[in-house]
Design a protein around this ligand. Structure first.
Ligand code: TXA
Ligand code: MG
Length: 332
């Protein structure tokens, strides 16, 4: 199959609509990462997404709708705080988990009684969702466990020849996935950290928890149980420049090709070494992380990540993706 890459035009959106109605999967730009979408009402189309990605059958999908879509068609009630959050943050990088009315394919939520709903702000995503005027089930458009895609080329690298169309909106400005927020309880609870922060949510909702699964408990957001966002080379995670240099030199001595990924402030510590510059601010680090992981896996045999030092803002999301990509905390 030929994979076409088209921008935001009427003819592209008409073609996308025809593919979605025919049960095909179409990749599309969002402000966070690219999504791989299919008709959420169709069992067959939704199952195609799992098959294409090699995604575990117990990891539910987010349904995407356009800004004028009436979410109450898909959900069963909404607490007052959720209505306020919707007005404050949507369209944007916040996914809200509601009690489901059971209207979409049962494969979307994998047997959970809830439905995750997202209204992306990207103009390409909005044009696409408006054109199809259906809820579109869409995970990130990467092979399962691989790094999420933030350019059309990244999608092509994982799905070239396997899907008919990529709706190209350029590089994603957000760069990490949406915040997933459980809105089924008395107080909202973050299931996956992202670009909308706990502080921002608490300001509107009065309070916001961060859900941490108890030891041995199946997480409420099943995706968080899996190894994720992994570059296809060896990785190591460390907390200091000294540790990174030691790992770097070891790899070089063994005939390998190491690279270091770190925040800009540490660059002077690694002069003469192969380094990927994550940037300075939380927004910059979020925007660059996945592109650098994909660059690194192509060039290095070992990618050494030095934990960024910043906190606050979107850093919770950045650090979550960072540790999951580099294989957890490696204390020095
Ligand atoms: O930014 C994003 O959210 C991107 C773009 C494409 O919209 N999508 C994305 O989808 O990251 P995916 O499938 O890669 O991650 C969805 C996450 C998973 O951790 C999944 O377990 C969780 O959302 N999820 C989906 N439905 C859920 C539900 N009903 N309850 C709890 N967690 C849910
Ligand atoms: Mg994903």
């Amino acid at each position: 199959m030929e994979t076409r890459i088209l921008g935001n035009s009427r003819s592209a959106m008409e073609l996308a609509k025809a593919y979605i109605e025919a049960g095909e999967a179409v990749a599309f730009h969002t402000e966070t990462v690219y999504g791989l979408g299919a008709n959420a009402f169709s069992d067959e189309a939704v199952l195609k997404i799992y098959a294409l990605k090699g995604r575990p059958a117990d990891n539910p999908l987010i349904v995407h709708v356009h800004r004028d879509y009436d979410i109450s068609r898909l959900t069963d009630g909404e607490p007052a705080y959720a209505a306020a959050l919707r007005r404050a943050f949507l369209p944007g990088p916040l996914t809200m988990v509601y009690p489901s009315s059971g209207k979409v394919s049962r494969y979307v939520s994998c047997g959970l009684q809830t439905l995750a709903v997202r209204v992306p702000s990207s103009p390409v995503a909005q044009a696409f969702l408006k054109a199809v005027n259906l809820p579109v089930a869409a995970p990130s458009a990467n092979l399962s466990k691989h790094v999420s895609p933030v350019t059309a080329q990244h999608v092509l690298d994982d799905f070239g020849g396997k899907i008919p169309l990529i709706l190209d909106g350029g590089a994603c400005t957000g760069g990490i996935e949406s915040t997933v927020l459980d809105c089924t309880g008395e107080v909202p609870a973050i299931l996956r950290e992202g670009l909308v922060t706990r502080e921002q949510i608490a300001r509107i909702a009065g309070d916001c928890r961060v859900y941490v699964p108890a030891e041995g408990e199946k997480p409420k957001s099943p995706g968080m149980a899996y190894k994720h966002y992994s570059p296809r080379c060896k990785t190591a995670c460390c907390r200091s420049a000294e540790e990174a240099l030691r790992l770097y030199e070891n790899e070089e001595t063994g005939g390998g090709k190491p690279m270091i990924l770190c925040e800009s402030a540490l660059l002077p510590r690694f002069s003469g070494r192969e380094v990927l510059d994550l940037g300075e601010t939380d927004a910059e680090m979020a925007r660059r992380l996945y592109t650098l992981l994909r660059q690194g896996e192509k060039r290095a045999t070992l990618l050494v990540g030095v934990m960024p030092s910043g906190r606050g803002g979107a850093m919770a999301g950045v650090l979550n993706r960072f540790t999951r990509a580099f294989g957890g905390d490696h204390e020095t």
